[in-house]
Design a protein around this ligand. Structure first.
Ligand code: UDP
Length: 410
């Protein structure tokens, strides 16, 4: 049988194996013409939007029609969900009252109003925020659900609460094996490897000359070392520890600068403003602490420049389902100083393509090593790039994604 190739996927020939590309074309064939509707809560900002932006065009090119709709949560639902996320992700105890549950489902019903006439052959619902949709709207069949947060150690009450909605889904998908809910039957779970698109503007090659201009435009002195964390201003991203590490490193290298890069636009993270204000207060009048949040300034090339041309990249998440920012920096030849958070330890091999350390002192000593031993930094950066090429590029995600659709379709 002749295989119809697509330009989007053919860009990866040579970067991933021919066998993987053939597998993708084979998986896509029986799905041609099957309309898939994705529903999530953010069009901009955050990893889910980043994934859908690169996955959907490739799937469409393969002949599988895709639609993406965004549901706007009201303030009550967003706050309720932030609390549930803390319970599920942080293992924090909490109370989910019947009154809150009722109000949350009412909020979801009204938020879905603009979408209720949308029909598709398969429905893909993202995040715990929207988990009840399958049950609330029985026309959504067959449906898949994607959990993006770190649920390796959930609070049992929160897990029980969210699990009651999952019977509506033919398949529940997770971004690492560690986050899979153990009570779900294996036949109804799948892991989808997350991958980045190295050809997108966000990750395109950038010369050092261009990078330096972009960094200088963001207030950075390119002649002095810079340590950076690229992440939303979210509690579980632990930006406070980035400042601690910076202060420890500065004791030995007074010329060091630090940047926290997090465009404030993920409309589902309602606490980011408060975290930013707290960090601004802690930063005081230190001109070497750069807190960057303006989405108009943080264009794709600017974020790319921070990831490529910082001397050291940190990812201090205390919880992480899968940190796309880790993969992105590794692709850009950066050995990341990460933590043992679920996704991060799945992505980094300690001592080979990055470092894992949870406390500020150990992380500061790894940061110092990478700052001072640039040959080690270079070699580990090469290894980081290779690791992403082997494990976390877009075609790997596309293969797992198509396989998940097929399991539900057959
Ligand atoms: N990101 C961005 N601008 C920023 C900060 C983050 O474009 O100022 C992107 C980042 O490059 C990554 C995504 O937002 O693609 C964040 O995904 P991740 O999985 O790291 O974290 P999440 O926000 O989903 O928890």
């Amino acid at each position: 049988m002749t295989t119809v190739t697509t330009p989007g996927l053919e860009r990866f020939r040579g970067l991933v194996s021919d066998a993987l590309l053939s597998e993708i074309y084979d998986l896509a064939r029986p799905l041609r013409g099957v309309h898939v509707l994705h529903i999530n809560t953010t069009a901009q900002g955050g990893g889910v939007a980043a994934l859908l932006r690169v996955l959907l065009p490739l799937a469409r090119e393969l002949g599988i029609p895709h639609t993406w709709r965004v549901v706007q949560l009201d303030e009550f639902a967003a706050t309720f969900m932030a609390r549930l996320t803390d319970m599920l992700q942080g293992g924090e105890p909490g109370l989910i009252t019947p009154q809150d549950q009722r109000q949350f489902l009412d909020s979801l019903r009204s938020a879905m109003q603009p979408l209720v006439d949308e029909r598709a052959d398969l429905y893909y619902v993202h995040d715990i925020q929207l988990a009840p949709l399958g049950q609330l709207f029985p026309y959504m069949r067959p449906a898949l659900w994607f959990n993006h947060i770190d649920t390796a150690r959930p609070d049992p009450a929160a897990l029980q609460y969210i699990s009651q909605f999952l019977d509506a889904y033919a398949l529940c998908t997770f971004n690492t094996p560690f986050s899979v809910f153990p009570q779900l039957p294996a036949g109804r779970t799948a892991v989808i490897t997350l991958g980045i698109d190295p050809f997108s503007e966000r990750h395109a090659p950038l010369s050092e000359t261009e990078g330096v201009v972009l960094l200088a435009g963001s207030g950075i002195d390119p002649t002095r070392p810079l340590i950076t964390q690229v992440s939303r201003f979210g509690r579980w991203k632990n930006p406070w520890q980035v400042l601690e590490i910076y202060r420890l490193v500065k004791q030995r290298h007074p010329e060091v600068q630090v940047a926290l890069v997090g465009a404030l636009e993920a409309s589902d993270d309602i606490r980011a403003q408060a975290i930013l204000a707290d960090l601004q207060q802690r930063a005081g009048d230190d001109p070497d602490i750069h807190l960057l949040w303006d989405p108009a300034q943080l264009t794709a090339p600017v974020v790319n420049a921070f990831q490529r041309f910082s001397q050291v990249i940190l990812q201090r998440s205390s919880r992480e389902g899968f940190g796309l920012t880790v993969t992105e920096a590794m692709w850009k030849y950066q050995p990341v100083v990460g933590t043992s958070a679920t996704g991060v330890r799945y992505q980094i091999t300690h001592g080979y393509d990055g470092f894992l350390a949870d406390d500020a002192e150990s992380a500061a000593s790894y940061t110092l090593r990478l700052l001072e031993e640039r040959e080690l930094w270079r070699q580990m950066g090469e290894a980081a790039h290779r690791s992403v090429q082997e494990r976390f590029l877009l075609p790997m995600m596309l293969r797992d994604y198509l396989a998940a659709l097929l399991r539900v379709r057959q």
